[in-house]
Each structure stands twice: as structure tokens, then as C-alpha cells.
Design a protein around this ligand. Sequence first.
Ligand SMILES: Cc1cc2nc3c(=O)[nH]c(=O)nc-3n(C[C@H](O)[C@H](O)[C@H](O)COP(=O)(O)OP(=O)(O)OC[C@H]3O[C@@H](n4cnc5c(N)ncnc54)[C@H](O)[C@@H]3O)c2cc1C
Length: 396
Amino acid sequence: MPFDRAKLAADTEAFCQELRPHEELCYAERRFNAELVPLAKKYDLLGINVREEYGGRGADNVAYFAALARIGREGTGVRTFFSGHLSIGAYPIQAWGSDALKRKYLPAAARGDLVLAFGLTEPDAGSNPLEMTTTFARAADGYVLNGVKYLISNGGIADAVVVFGYPHDAPAGDPRRRVSAFVVDTKADGFAAESFAPNAKMGMPTSNTAMFEMENVLVPAENLLGEPGDGFRVAMGALVSGRLSVAAGCLGVIEDCLAEVVEYGKARSQHGKEIARHQLVQDHIAHIEMDRVASEALVVRAAELKDRAEANPGDADLARRVDLLAAQAKFFATNAAWDAADRAVQVFGGRGWSTLYRPGRHLTDVRVCRIYEGTDEILKLKIAAAVLGKGWEAFK
Ligand SMILES: Cc1cc2nc3c(=O)[nH]c(=O)nc-3n(C[C@H](O)[C@H](O)[C@H](O)COP(=O)(O)OP(=O)(O)OC[C@H]3O[C@@H](n4cnc5c(N)ncnc54)[C@H](O)[C@@H]3O)c2cc1C
């Protein structure tokens, strides 16, 4: 059956409407939203970007990121779950896994019987993941992994995680020291996760963020992604989809902030008229609208380019352009969403400061988007390097 664009949009809308009261209640009580996965399962949203032959919807990137933008309106925590499960969880398995590995994980993930996550960051390796210390060793029946992964979205609720490590016996300078990527079952012996308490987080109290440790975790040989040593390429490829998912979610945040300020600005009166009639309030509205228009243009353009690149897998120039545009879209939309949420808080005045209202929740939740999947600084260096040309990179 061909992919049905209108049905995905309708299912996403119905999901968001049904989820909203649960999300608001969990946010107020600062606890994990346990209704998210069952509702996403009900509306068949857990395999949006997974190909139909592996049990998913088979959405193209334009439709997939449009769905994530709609989900983003419900909050960055909700959208982050989908980024972890689909963009950086399912996507690298689909792009790099063997057919058997895809059949092992993707249909169950798409059905909602299995949650996915992506474990690259470590306590001492964030902006530079190549400083990771996780290792793997060959064993008779697969690989044995040891290491700690830190700040992992869905890490405490996932059934399987895409994990990265170096060969245990290849020290710095050894040509064999190349990162490999594996799919690790979280129920395996030696795997232990610990979730951050919702109150220990600045925002997104309803979503799960965790660290996990692997102590002699045995991973079957077929759970390797790509060839040994392909891990860095797997990670960077996943981050293109991940960065676009963050940009799309931030577009949703901006759209929601705009809707909120329009409604509130027309309802609230001070100095004898609705506040939306005051010129300085209209200045905020104009800025949020421009945040929206520009972010949407970048997200849609990047999604279209990614569709073209996936249809032409041998075209290295297209792949390079998508990689750059994803970084640009992510950098712009995350900062635009931060600006839009800040302005929405301002328009709401004292109520804006409260997380009982949507602008205050967006502001605290969206801050992380300028940190994960490439910090502002790392993305700016990537963008500047592309402008300056080879030999001018601030870091290799
Ligand atoms: C809520 C949340 C969810 C996350 N989810 C995931 C996940 O699912 N999977 C995952 O693998 N990771 C995840 N992360 C981790 C995230 O990707 C990292 O926090 C991020 O990459 C930054 O790494 P760091 O925290 O170690 O900061 P650091 O790398 O220590 O950076 C600290 C500061 O130094 C700056 N800096 C570092 N190097 C340079 C440089 N060369 N030039 C200029 N400035 C520099 C950074 O930009 C930053 O401002 C998550 C983080 C959070 C907070």
C-alpha cells in the first residue's frame, strides 16, 4: 500500500489531541508520561519513518518531519521521545543494519513493542564523541562491551540502544582504533540504566533521560551496524536525521507559541484595550512569526533535500549538502524557538513565568535543543568551516 500522507497527518493530530491532557497532568506533577507510548501505538506513530517492508509507515522525510513538527507543539519532551526512538534509534538500524537485524528490531519498534535509544555521549565525551572510552572485544559468539553512556534520551525505558565503542586492544595512534556501532539489548546481563529524576532536570520532566553502564555485556555478532570501524559514520548519519527532528520539533514549539500569544493577546486587556493592540506586543508577534516562517523554510528545504539524497545514495555532494543543511536548520530553528518561547513568556507577563501555561513550559523545555545533537558552538564551527573551505576547520 503506498504511503498515505493525509492519514499520517490525521493520526498525528488525533494522537496530539488525546495526549495533551495526560501531558499537562504529568507535567504539573513532574512525572514521566506513561501514556505516551500506548497512545503513539494506538495511532500507529512508532514507525513513521520505518519502511513498510519492516512494518513501518514508510513516510518520506517531508511527511516525517511535518509529523514531528506537529508533535513538537505538544512539548519538546514528547518530541524528544520520537527523536530518540525514530531518528537516532530506528534510522541507523534501517540505514546500516543487515536485513536480519532490521527484521529483528524494526517491526517490533514500529508496532510499539520495543522502544529504541541512541547512546553516543559519555561522561567525558560529549562534543567530541571520539574521546569515548567504551570498548568492545571479540568473543566466540559476538562482542563484549564495557563502558558508560550518559544523558541518553529514552535510556531508562528503551529495550534496545544503538551504542558506540572502540576495540579494547587498540590504543590511541593504533590504526585499528576506529569506532564500531552495535545494537544492544537493555535486558542483557551486565546492562544497568539509571534515570534522571524529573526534578533534577531543567525541563522535559515528562520524558526519560538516563545514563547506563555496560559491564561485560555480550552482544550477538549480527548486532554490529555496518562493518567494524563504521561506527563514526553511523553516528554522524543518524545525527543528520536527529538534527532535523530537533529542528522540526522546534518549528512546532514556535507554532504553538504563536497560537498562544495570538489567543492570549486578543483576550487580555490592559490600559483600556487588548494587549495585542499595543505596538510593542505586536513587535513580539512579528518576531515570532518570522521565527516560524524562516524555520519552516529551512526544515522543509532540508527534508526535501534529504529525500533527494536518499533516492541518490551514491551522490556524495548531495549527502554533504544535507549534512550541512541539517546543521543549519537545527542551529537556526533551536535558537528561533528559544527566542519565540521567551517572547511568548513576555507577552503572557506574570502568567508566562508559570509552567502552568504553555509558554513557560516551552521555554524551559526547549533550552536543551541548543545543546543536544550538536551544541550551538559545534554547529557554528561546522557552518563556518563550510564557508571558509578546506584547511580552515577550527577542529578536526
Ligand atoms: C536532555 C538531554 C538529552 C540527551 N540525549 C542524548 C541521546 O539520546 N544520546 C546521546 O548520545 N547524547 C544525548 N545527550 C547528550 C548531548 O548530545 C551532549 O550533552 C552534547 O553533545 C554536549 O556534550 P557535553 O554535555 O559533554 O558538553 P561538552 O562537550 O563538555 O561541552 C561544553 C561546552 O563547551 C563547548 N565546546 C566543546 N568543544 C568545543 C569546541 N571545540 N569549540 C567551541 N566550543 C566547544 C560546547 O559547545 C559546550 O558549550 C543529551 C543531552 C541532554 C541534556
